[in-house]
Design a protein around this ligand. Structure first.
Ligand SMILES: Nc1ncnc2c1ncn2[C@@H]1O[C@H](COP(=O)(O)OP(=O)(O)O)[C@@H](O)[C@H]1O
Ligand SMILES: [Mg+2]
Ligand SMILES: [Zn+2]
Length: 375
């Protein structure tokens, strides 16, 4: 909410608070990795012929970061989303949409247990879903409140601290804190609930305090503040809360409020909440994570954080496949699959595949030309 820098582009100052300026002056940058991860195992898509794809065979290495590149309309989404993701989704989860046309899958499918498509759509459908509920941190927070002496005396179980069920929530707004009034011919308007004054719970629930804060005060805290608050006195429930919230801090979302409705998060923020969820997941069965242009709408600095999250997924034994135009992401790939050469009918071929260095030395590849300057 602050203007951190303004001025002439030709006279950029160093050491400002502006990340934009720091990336422009080169004070901060996304480094090219010193080496590429090696791979042995892979899944091969054979005879992909969906949309403009020309019956191609493509290898997707496992346990590394693969980036699929190519001009718009070259067939990236047709290959990755419609054939690779949808066919494997049927293979592992035994459901999902009909995949695009291809012959068969071969290779090391048995080394993977799941495939996930991570998009920027809002997490959860309910207006009451928020980062804390999505990462299940709120379950632990409700337990903590129910453990307080005053709550026990009143018989308030953890369910009383939920805004999804009747009991403790304000019934006027059903725990939203706001009332939406539908207006004819105009956009709906949202008003603070008059009954709870936006505090989402009944008065006797709000009187239950844990170290001077009630449940709504906690929902109003940022992830960073909450981690600090619950670290001050580390019982077993507090430790569980911190463990659930930490991944949100790790993906750079420490500034978000625990109770902020998912519908108000930006696309990039939603994507990172999902990533945090996968990073916090204890059952670490090997999974392939697929992203279609994940840097859309992200700043250089956000991209840096996103790349770190990709690295942690791979460290946990997962596989990352990304469709991306952003050169900073492409140069960080272990393996590149370059589609094209053009869009539409003149595309749908595999132009070349290999490390970024190999793509850069490929004459036919447009991606290679631009990549040369980056390496
Ligand atoms: N549902 C569809 N029906 C017919 N053609 C499609 C459909 N979806 C995409 N195409 C065409 O297939 C080609 C490849 O599209 P797409 O895979 O979305 O490219 P990219 O993701 O590389 O931008 C394009 O020429 C596009 O117009
Ligand atoms: Mg696409
Ligand atoms: Zn209310």
């Amino acid at each position: 909410g602050e203007v951190v820098y303004q001025g002439d582009l030709s006279k950029l100052e160093k050491a400002t608070k502006s990340y934009t300026v720091r990336y422009l002056t080169g004070e901060e940058k996304i480094e090219t990795p010193a080496h590429r991860r090696k791979w042995n195992n892979y899944i091969k898509v054979e005879g992909a012929a969906h949309n403009n794809l020309k019956g191609i065979d493509v290898i997707f290495p496992l346990h590394i970061m693969t980036v699929v590149t190519g001009v718009s309309g070259s067939g990236k989404s047709s290959l990755v989303r419609d054939v690779f993701f949808k066919s494997l989704s049927r293979f592992y989860e035994e459901d999902g949409e009909q995949p695009g046309i291809f012959n068969r899958l071969s290779g090391d499918m048995h080394l993977v247990k799941h495939i996930e498509f991570v998009d920027q759509n809002p997490i959860g459908k309910s207006s009451r879903s928020n980062p804390a509920t999505y990462l299940k941190a709120f379950d632990e927070i409700r337990k903590l409140y129910a453990e307080q002496q005053a709550a026990k005396q009143m018989g308030f179980t953890p369910a009383y601290f939920s805004f999804n069920v009747e009991g403790g929530r304000c019934e006027e707004c059903k725990g939203d804190g706001t009332i939406t009034v539908e207006m004819q011919f105009m956009a709906d308007i949202t008003l603070t609930c008059e009954s709870c004054h936006g505090k989402r719970f009944k008065q006797d629930i709000l009187e239950i305090e844990y170290r001077g804060k009630n449940i709504n005060d906690v929902l109003e805290m940022t992830i960073n503040q909450a981690i600090e608050f619950f670290s001050e006195q580390q019982g077993s429930t507090e430790k569980k809360i911190i463990k659930r919230l930490k991944p949100l801090q790790d993906v750079g979302l420490g500034y978000i409020k625990l109770g902020q409705a998912s519908s108000t998060l930006s696309g990039g923020e939603n994507q990172r909440v999902k990533l945090a969820y996968f990073l916090s997941n204890e059952k670490q069965e090997p999974t392939i994570f697929v992203f279609d242009e994940p840097t859309t709408g992200l700043h250089f600095h956000d991209i840096k954080t996103l790349l770190k999250a990709f690295d942690s997924l791979i460290e946990k034994g997962h596989t990352v496949v990304i469709i991306e135009h952003n050169m900073d992401v492409i140069k960080c790939a272990d393996y590149v699959i370059d589609m094209g050469p053009e869009g539409g009918d003149k595309g749908g071929f595999l132009v070349c595949a290999g490390t970024p260095e190999e793509i850069a030395s490929c004459e036919k590849s447009y991606t290679g030309k631009y990549l040369k300057d980056k390496l």
